[in-house]
Design a protein. Structure first.
Length: 302
């Protein structure tokens, strides 16, 4: 794709000084991707809320291998935050994000303002029953409706061939895949593996909230679920494995929201003998920061 000039062009596409094309309106997004589609090019979408880290960038790199054109969206979606949550303080680092994306094979960044996504009398919401109800859906009942609604909109706006989501938010990945299937959206939903810091902490934009003491403790979350996965893979019974995990997290100052083993395809709760495909899921508050993580039982070192 030819790089665009520094000023807004006819379609409203704007090129930043680092020469990455950004766009802010649905109309301009449609015009651009329509031209690509007419040329027979395969389009891959990577939705994000910005404050990008290597986890996001891994999905963008995967997109580069999946299709001919990569569109990244940056939109902090108000619909997935409850009033008491961190919508206002969520990190917004647009300049840095664009610099990171400019170093990759990204064709377009879609950064709509809130009014472009949610008109004043917006009144339609997508609910994915079942899959949205346990795990994060139990303590954040607004969350998956907000995610499904905005992702449905982004998929309609861009009409990509493929959309990529991280396994870091495993439940979200399954919810979106089910929504796309149920609503006959002609898109393949791909999952990308969890990218971790060297000490095992899953990368997250919210890790920036951690104090230095909390940051030192944070890897215990991954260590705990990995130990549980390993114990289960070695035939240890579920109950004591989960109890030990909860205890060690509690002793280190985590306030555990859930620590569960579920079927990796259906998210059905596993309470007895563990059969593959199974995953260990955890969410916990560490101070004011909510951390989530998950690991496949087969991923564990035996
Ligand atoms: P977010 O900006 O937090 O909404 O995340 C945007 C996308 O990046 C989602 O599909 C996330 O699952 C994915 N993602 C976030 N953190 C990671 C990570 N550590 N590894 C892989 N994917 C991630």
């Amino acid at each position: 794709m030819a790089l665009l000039s520094c000023a807004t062009n006819k379609t409203g596409t704007v090129s930043m000084p680092n020469s990455i094309a950004t766009i802010t309106t649905i109309d301009d997004l449609r015009k651009t991707v329509c031209a690509w589609r007419s040329a027979g090019e395969k389009i891959t979408l990577v939705p994000t809320m910005g404050a990008l880290h290597d986890g996001h960038l891994s999905l963008v790199k995967l997109a580069g291998k999946t299709g001919d054109r990569t569109v990244v969206t940056i939109f902090v979606n108000p619909a997935q935050f409850a009033p008491h949550e961190d919508f206002d303080s969520y990190p917004r680092e647009h300049e840095k994000d664009l610099e990171l994306l400019a170093a990759l094979d990204v064709d377009l960044v879609f950064m709509p303002p809130r009014v472009e996504v949610y008109k004043q009398d917006f009144s339609t919401h997508v609910t994915v029953e079942g899959l949205s109800e346990g795990l994060c859906g139990a303590s954040r009942p607004h969350f998956f409706g907000g995610v499904a609604t905005v992702v449905a909109k982004l998929l309609n706006q861009c009409r990509p061939d493929v959309a990529i989501f991280g396994e870091k938010d495993y439940q979200q990945l399954l919810v979106i895949r089910r929504m796309a299937r149920d609503l006959d959206m002609n898109v393949e939903i791909l999952g990308g593996p969890i990218i971790r810091e060297t000490d095992g902490l899953a990368m997250s934009s919210r890790n920036a909230y951690l104090t230095s003491v909390e940051r030192e403790k944070a890897p215990l979350l991954h260590q705990t679920i990995s130990a549980i996965a390993k114990a289960l893979a070695n035939g240890k019974p579920l109950d004591p494995a989960l109890k030990d995990g909860c205890k060690s997290l509690g002793n280190s100052g985590f306030d555990v929201d859930y620590l569960e083993v579920r079927n990796a395809d259906t998210l059905a709760l596993i309470e007895g003998p563990v059969h593959e495909p199974a995953r260990v899921f955890v969410a916990a508050m560490l101070g004011k920061t909510r951390l989530i993580d998950n690991v496949a039982v087969t991923d564990a070192e035996k």
